[in-house]
Ligand binder design. Structure first.
Ligand code: DGY
Length: 331
């Protein structure tokens, strides 16, 4: 029987062609929207699937997809996977670390700069014909160079942002993370571990790059926003759900913090309506890793995981590696 691989969302034609050399491929180049039922049905005969962070692999899907053995996520985050359920069903999950680290760190800086220097707001002002004169206070923003950056989450992307901040912008970098970096890594990143309250109190800019989990859900709610400086900015590159978006919109409206830059949202692609009406927020549609080169590298790494799994029984970047040796592994 041939091996069936489903590609959940539109993807690079060359990556689909690569997969077709190995598998019976069902793609979704028409970008058909999935309902929970049609998504589950699409995987009924699938041996493997390439997912994005928006495609859930949960108990319902796994119970129906009896042949499924591997889910290759085209994302470094994998909170769309119910990992305990996948492991219990003997389904291996993979993600795409490393290939997107520097590109995403670049975007963190782009969003920080756009937010602190009020780029979106001022462009809208210009495009709508409101610009009449040079004024001393027109779109006066917040300093980035030489200021204090607080990073919550210090994985590979957080480290990339810290290096840019300390070496490129002469910033003082504070970070808060479950585990502390080695002294050598702290020196290389120019970053210092502090508790969350200190970070929120001292940072001029707070950047969120922590993975989403039950433990990090609503890391920033009203109480944390209240601890930030009224001149501070908040940047969320991590995942929707790390921030309470309703509380953030209220704090922005009441100018309890200066501004925010958001690439991810609770319930995306829906955006909290109050965020759409406040002016001191820069909003982007989950594009932190979106350069052509990086997205192609992510797609190829996900494809490599599928090919390696079915050819050699191993994968390059597993997120539940124990499944590969476990007796419950699907064969
Ligand atoms: C990631 O890789 O996790 C990005 O957020 C894209 O989903």
């Amino acid at each position: 029987m041939s091996i069936q691989v489903v590609i959940a969302r539109p993807n690079f034609p060359e990556v689909i062609e690569r997969l077709k050399q190995h598998f019976d491929v069902i793609d979704n180049q028409q970008d058909r929207p999935w309902t929970p039922q049609s998504w589950s049905e699409a995987l009924t005969h699938a041996d493997g699937v390439m997912t994005t962070g928006a495609d859930p692999v949960n108990q319902v899907v796994l119970t129906n997809a009896k042949r499924l053995r591997i889910c290759a996520n085209m994302a470094v985050g994998y909170n769309n996977f119910d990992l305990p359920a996948m492991t219990a069903h003997g389904v291996v999950g993979t993600n795409t670390p490393d290939v997107l680290t520097e590109t995403t760190a670049d975007f963190g800086f782009a969003l920080l700069m756009a937010t602190a220097r009020r780029i979106s707001e001022s462009e809208h002002f210009l495009r709508s014909g409101q610009w009449r004169e040079w004024r001393y206070d027109m779109f006066a923003g917040t300093e980035v160079h030489g200021s204090t950056l607080g990073i919550i989450g210090m994985g590979r992307i957080g480290q990339g942002i810290a290096r840019r901040a300390s070496k490129g912008f002469g910033m003082q970098v504070l970070y808060h993370n479950r585990s502390q970096l080695s002294p050598e890594m702290e020196a290389e990143c120019g970053a210092r571990w502090v508790d969350k309250a200190t970070l929120l109190r001292e940072a001029d800019h707070v950047m969120l790059v922590v993975p989403y989990s039950a433990a990090t859900h609503h890391t920033i709610v009203e109480a944390e926003l209240a601890q930030m400086k009224p001149t501070a900015t908040l940047i969320n590159l991590a995942r929707g759900g790390i921030v309470d978006d309703a509380a953030l919109a209220k704090a922005l409206k009441e100018r309890r913090i200066a501004a925010a830059g958001l690439d991810v949202f609770e319930g995306e692609p829906t955006v909290h309506p109050d965020l759409l009406t406040v002016t001191n927020v820069v909003l982007t549609p989950h594009i932190a890793s979106a350069t052509v080169k990086t997205r192609l590298a992510m797609a190829n790494l996900a494809a490599d995981n599928l090919i390696q799994y079915f050819q050699h029984g191993r994968v390059l970047t597993p997120v539940n590696p124990d499944v590969l040796n476990a007796p419950q592994r699907r064969v």
